[in-house]
Design a binder for this molecule. Structure first.
Ligand SMILES: Cc1cc2nc3c(=O)[nH]c(=O)nc-3n(C[C@H](O)[C@H](O)[C@H](O)COP(=O)(O)O)c2cc1C
Ligand code: SF4
Length: 555
C-alpha cells in the first residue's frame, strides 16, 4: 500500500471517499469499469488511471466481466454442499440469458441453500412457485428465518433488545470515568478477537491508545466472507447497537473520533439495519460532539464493500477503504500503529465489538466467568441447512461441540461425513472427531483444526471428498489477492492437479502435493494461501482411503 496514495485518499477523507465513488458508479451501471468513469475517479482523486483501474478491476461488483448480470447465484461452500444450485440455475435460466446470470459468494443464507441475489435483494430456499413469481414479476419473499438459540443461563450476545437508554447506560457510566481504568477490565475479561485469529483485545486496544497521533480510527470488519458464516450478519441485523456500542467504547479508550463500518455488499439488509441504527443513535443525541456531556466526540461512517473475500483480511480492508487495490500488506507496522490513512487504527470483528457491553456493564472478571481460562466469554456459531435446526447458537466457550451439533441443533437431517468449522481456511472435522472437541480456540488448535469465526458447513456423505478439496483450491485461486506467488500460483496449480485427477487424466503425486501444501503454508504472506493447506491436510488424513485412488500408488 503506497504511502502517497494513502495521503491522497486522506485528503478526500471519508465523506468524499474515493472507494465510495467507485462503488456508487458501479451501482449505477452494474460495473464501474468503463474508461470514462475510471478516468474521472482517477483524475478527481489524483490517483491516476492505472491505480484506479487496478482497484476497480479487482472487485466482483465493479469488474467489466460482471457488467449486465441480473441474477447472481451463490457458489459458496454451503450452497455447494446443499446441492441446490444446479436446479436453481436451470430455473433461473428459463427467465434470463446465460450472460445475465453470474455468481456471488456467499450471501449468508447457508441455513437454507438455493441462495441468490436478484435486483439487489437476497433470496434463498424459495419454492418453485415463489421463485417463478419473483423472477416474472420482481416481487416476492426474501424473508431470512433461522433459529436463534442461547445455551447460556442468561443470553449475552443474543439477549432481547430493551431500549436505547437502558442499552447504552453502561457506556454512559464509563464516559464519566478515566479511560485508563478500562484497561484492567479489558485485560481481566480475557476477550480475544472473534474474526479468526483470537488475538487478545486488550493488547490491540492498548497499542492503539499508546500510538501517537491526533487522528485515530476505529474500524469494524463486517466483511464476513467465510462461506457458512452468518454470525456477523445476525448481529448486524438483530443486535446492531451491540456493535456500535463496542466501537464507541474503542473510540473512547483509544482516542478515536470516527468509527468506520466496512460492510460487505453481499449483505444489503445488514447495511440498511446498521445505517438505521446509526440514525437512531443520532436522533437520541448519542453522536457528534460532547456526547452526553462527557467531552467525547464520535461519529460513524458506513463503507459498502464491492465483492472481494480478501477484504476481510485487515490490511486489505484498510487499502480498500482508501480506494487502493486491496492487496495484503506486510506487517509491521500493525494497523494500531499505521492503519487507515496511515493513522493509528483499532480494527476488530463485528462479534468482537458485540462483546464489549457485558464487560462495560459487569466488569472483566464477571465476563471471564463464562468460558475457559484461555478462551473466555460466549461464542456464536452458525449452522447450515444440513442440521435439523439450522441457525445461530450462543454457547459458553468450552462447550462440547457435540452438545451444539447433536443436542441443541438436533443433529443432521441427512447423512453427513464431515463438518468444516471456521470457513474455507478452517478445520475439516470428520464426524467421529466431533465428540473430542470443545468450542474454544485451544481445543480446535490442539486437535489440528481451527475454530476460526465458527461458521459450520456440513459435507454430505454423498459428496466425493475430492470435489470438496478442489472447491477449496478453487476458492483460494478465485479470492487470492495475487500479491505473493505461493498463494496465487499454488492455489491454481493445486486446483489443476485435483481437476485432472478427478477427470481421470492423471493421478496426483503425493510428494508433490505435500510439497505444494508445505510451500503455501510456510511462505504465503497471509492466512489465505497459508491457511488453506490445513483443511486439505485434514481431508488427506481423515479421508485417506476415499482419496487414495486419485494418487499414484506409493512405491
Ligand atoms: C483471508 C482472510 C480473510 C479474513 N476475513 C475476515 C472477515 O471476514 N472478518 C473478520 O473479522 N476477520 C477476517 N480476517 C481476520 C482479520 O484479518 C483480522 O484479524 C480481524 O478482523 C481482527 O479482528 P479481531 O481481533 O476482532 O478478530 C481474515 C483474515 C484473512 C487472512
Ligand atoms: S496469501 Fe494470497 S491472499 Fe494472502 S497476500 Fe499472498 S496472494 Fe494475497
Amino acid at each position: 500500500m503506497s504511502k502517497n496514495l494513502s495521503a491522497l485518499s486522506f485528503r478526500k477523507g471519508l465523506d468524499q471517499s474515493v472507494f465510495d465513488r467507485m462503488v456508487r458508479s458501479g451501482e449505477a451501471r452494474g460495473t464501474a469499469e468503463d474508461a470514462a468513469t475510471v478516468h474521472r475517479i482517477g483524475e478527481e482523486s489524483l490517483f491516476g488511471d492505472a491505480v484506479t483501474l487496478g482497484a476497480v478491476s479487482f472487485y466482483d461488483f465493479l469488474k467489466k466481466q460482471n457488467a449486465g448480470k441480473k441474477v447472481l447465484l451463490c457458489n459458496g461452500s454451503a450452497c455447494l454442499c446443499a446441492g441446490t444450485q444446479e436446479a436453481l440455475h436451470r430455473d433461473v435460466a428459463r427467465h434470463f440469458k446465460p450472460e445475465e446470470i453470474g455468481h456471488i459468494c456467499c450471501l449468508g443464507r447457508c441455513h437454507q441453500g438455493a441462495a441468490f441475489q436478484f435486483a439487489g435483494r437476497n433470496h434463498s430456499g424459495l419454492t418453485a412457485s415463489q421463485l417463478e413469481t419473483l423472477l416474472a414479476t420482481g416481487e416476492g419473499e426474501s424473508a431470512d428465518r433461522y433459529a436463534v438459540v442461547s445455551d447460556l443461563p442468561r443470553p449475552i450476545l443474543t439477549a432481547p433488545w430493551t431500549d436505547l437508554a437502558d442499552f447504552y447506560a453502561p457506556l454512559k457510566a464509563w464516559l464519566r470515568r478515566d479511560p485508563r481504568e478500562l484497561a484492567a477490565e479489558l485485560r481481566d475479561s480475557g476477550l480475544r478477537g472473534r474474526g479468526g485469529a483470537g488475538f487478545p483485545l486488550h493488547l490491540k486496544w492498548q497499542s492503539c491508545r499508546d500510538s501517537k497521533g491526533d487522528i485515530k480510527y476505529v474500524v469494524c470488519n463486517a466483511d464476513e466472507g467465510d462461506p457458512g458464516a452468518y454470525i456477523d450478519k445476525y448481529l448486524m441485523e438483530h443486535q446492531p447497537h451491540s456493535v456500535l456500542l463496542g466501537m464507541m467504547a474503542a473510540g473512547w479508550f483509544c482516542g478515536a473520533k470516527v468509527g468506520v463500518l466496512y460492510i460487505r455488499a453481499e449483505y444489503p439488509d445488514s447495511i440498511a439495519r446498521m445505517n438505521a441504527a446509526v440514525r437512531e443513535l443520532r436522533e437520541a443525541g448519542w453522536l457528534g460532539r460532547d456526547i452526553q456531556g462527557s467531552g467525547f466526540d464520535f461519529d460513524f461512517k458506513t463503507i459498502q464493500g464491492a465483492g472481494a473475500y480478501i477484504c476481510g483480511e485487515e490490511t486489505a480492508l484498510l487499502a480498500s477503504i482508501e480506494g487502493q487495490r486491496p492487496e495484503v500488506r506486510v506487517r509491521p507496522p500493525f494497523p494500531t500503529q499505521e492503519g487507515l490513512f496511515r493513522r493509528p487504527t483499532v480494527l476488530n470483528n463485528v462479534e468482537t465489538f458485540a462483546n464489549l457491553r457485558p464487560i462495560l456493564a459487569g466488569g472483566g472478571k464477571a465476563y471471564a466467568a463464562t468460558g475457559t481460562a484461555q478462551s473466555t466469554g460466549p461464542k456464536l456459531l452458525s449452522l447450515d441447512g444440513h442440521f435439523v435446526r439450522p441457525g445461530i447458537y450462543e454457547v459458553a466457550m468450552g462447550t462440547p461441540l457435540s452438545r451444539v451439533v447433536h443436542e441443541l441443533a438436533g443433529g443432521f437431517r441427512d447423512p453427513v461425513k464431515a463438518i468444516q468449522v471456521g470457513g474455507p481456511l478452517g478445520g475439516l472435522v470428520p464426524l467421529d472427531r466431533i465428540g473430542s472437541l470443545t468450542v474454544d480456540f485451544e481445543s480446535f488448535k490442539n486437535a489440528g483444526f481451527l475454530l476460526g469465526h465458527a461458521g459450520v458447513v456440513s459435507i454430505p456423505a454423498s459428496m466425493p471428498m475430492i470435489d470438496y478439496v478442489e472447491h477449496l483450491f478453487q476458492f483460494t485461486a478465485d479470492e487470492s489477492c495475487g500479491k505473493c506467488f505461493p498463494c496465487r500460483l499454488g492455489s491454481t496449480r493445486g486446483q489443476e492437479l485435483v481437476a485432472r485427477a478427478r477427470a481421470g487424466q492423471g493421478r496426483m503425486d503425493r510428494a508433490l502435493v505435500d510439497d505444494l501444501l508445505e510451500t503455501m503454508e510456510q511462505t504465503s504472506l497471509c492466512a489465505l494461501g497459508g491457511g488453506v493447506p490445513l483443511p486439505i491436510r485434514n481431508a488427506l488424513k481423515y479421508f485417506a482411503d476415499e482419496l487414495q485412488p486419485y494418487f499414484e500408488p506409493a512405491v
